[in-house]
Each structure stands twice: as C-alpha cells, then as structure tokens.
Design a protein around this ligand. Structure first.
Ligand SMILES: [Zn+2]
Length: 50
C-alpha cells in the first residue's frame, strides 16, 4: 500500500534529495551498477538503486 509518507519519500528522491536527511543524492557506481547515494555518506547510509 502507498501511504502519504511513501509518496513524499519518492518525491524527495525525484528532486535529488535524501528523504532521510535532506542532503543531495549523488550518482555512484559500484559492483552492482549505478545507484543513488546520499552526499552525507557514511553519516547517512541512504541508497537507492536506479
Ligand atoms: Zn541522507
């Protein structure tokens, strides 16, 4: 089920912002391909696969 909170989170990601701390998300590439990672890493460990 999609709650309002879930949608808000999706919107943050679309705008390139971390839904956890509000920092920018930056595109990183790793072993498993490209993913969005929080700029505040390693303080904030939010990541999202594309
Ligand atoms: Zn963050």
């Amino acid at each position: 089920m999609h709650s309002a909170k879930y949608l808000q989170k999706e919107r943050s990601i679309e705008q390139g912002k971390c839904p956890h701390c509000g920092n920018e998300l930056i595109l990183r590439s790793g072993k498993f391909g490209r993913f969005w990672g929080c700029k505040a890493y390693p303080v904030c460990k939010f990541t999202r696969t594309m």
